[in-house]
Write a protein that binds this ligand. Structure first.
Ligand code: KG4
Ligand code: ZN
Length: 330
């Protein structure tokens, strides 16, 4: 089994990991603070920060794994989807490292890797299983037949679930990314504010209507009481969270009914949400499903999931050449 250096740079986190024999020896992530100032990820700033962070991040990953570049057998990297300028930094680094040491290259699909984050540690789900991948850029229901055979059976038609948390949270004056803050504030609130619950049918999602509904509802409430947000922040967060989480859980239930799969997993940054985690665990107990929720470190963007996916691809002999280029849509 190989020792893999893995690189992730699809959005605003620069991450490097060393995965040996399918086990994560180190997983180091440099989060870019610059985006807080701008209330969202500015692509140009993101790629510049990746450029600054990538070498020190990789160096720390080697240090923590107590290995050196001589120990590496292959380099895995996120090819896409993501911000093109961000991806370019990670892809170029991976290609240069592989060229210098004459190593094989493994391209990884960021979304496939979020699902396979479940194989970073025990308990690992048995195939086939159902996975809801919810991040800042994507919302997908996936049938995972095998590690490298994943079929998307439902997706968002507009905003992603994380985007819904971030954009509605921003309307409440919360810093980017607002998701974790909405989660924290919601814990002391009650879902007393009514918002729209858009449902495009089947296994698909739609969150842009929620965003509009929060905007108009708040405008109306603020006309009646200029201190509405200040005095009802926790309840408003709880109300937004309740809509998003209940939609996600309802679609999972529908997907289980349609596929007959009762092993259900969560992946992506939004799976760090405490209400979603508790809701799925509870629903699983009630329905007799086996549920899998990764540790926080493996929910948000990280290179360990790229390395774990790289190990599956290495075993399957799936390599790419030096002519590989990043792909914003992959
Ligand atoms: O997977 P991820 O790190 O990056 C993408 O690939 O997008 O996901 C980031 C998203 C952000 O939208 C962030 O607000 C959301 O995950 N997020 C949360 C929580 N922690 C992170 N959303 C709700 N509750 C949380 N606790
Ligand atoms: Zn992601």
């Amino acid at each position: 089994m190989p020792t893999i250096l893995a690189i992730e740079s699809s959005c605003d986190d620069t991450s490097a990991a060393i995965v040996k024999d399918g086990k994560v020896l180190s997983n180091v992530t440099a989060t870019q603070a610059i985006h807080v100032e701008f209330g969202g990820v500015v692509p140009e700033h993101a790629s510049r920060a990746h450029q600054r962070n990538i070498v020190p991040t990789v160096a720390v990953a080697f240090q923590r794994a107590e290995l050196t570049p001589e120990d590496v057998d292959a380099v895995a990297f996120t090819r896409g989807p993501g911000l093109i300028g961000s991806l370019m930094v990670g892809v170029s680094f991976a290609k240069a490292f592989a060229l210098a040491r004459d190593l094989p290259l493994i391209e990884v699909d960021h979304m496939q890797a979020h699902v396979l984050a479940h194989f970073a540690e025990d308990p690992k789900p048995e195939f086939p299983f159902l996975c809801l991948t919810v991040s800042g850029g994507h919302t997908q229901l996936v049938v995972v037949r095998t590690a490298l055979d994943q079929k998307v059976i439902g997706r968002t038609l507009d905003d992603a679930a994380g985007e819904a948390f971030d954009k509605t949270g921003k309307m409440l004056g919360l810093d980017y990314p607002a998701g974790p803050e909405v989660d924290r504030l919601a814990q002391t609130g009650q879902p007393t504010v009514a918002f729209a619950r858009p449902d495009p049918g089947e296994l698909n999602f739609s969150f842009s209507g929620l965003k509009t509904s929060v905007l108009y509802t708040l405008q109306k409430k603020l006309r009646e009481d200029p201190d509405f947000v200040k005095n009802n922040l926790a309840d408003t967060c709880a109300s937004i969270q309740e809509v998003i989480v209940s939609v996600l859980l309802r679609k999972i239930e529908l997907a289980v009914a349609q596929t007959g799969l009762t092993r259900v997993a969560l992946a992506g940054g939004v799976s760090a949400n405490s209400s979603l985690r508790a809701g799925l665990t509870e629903l699983g107990k009630e329905k007799g499903w086996q549920t899998f929720i990764p540790r926080f470190e493996y929910c948000t963007d990280n290179a360990a999931m790229i390395g774990v996916t790289g190990a599956f691809k290495y075993a399957a002999g799936k390599f790419v050449g030096q002519d590989v280029a990043p792909a914003a849509r992959f």
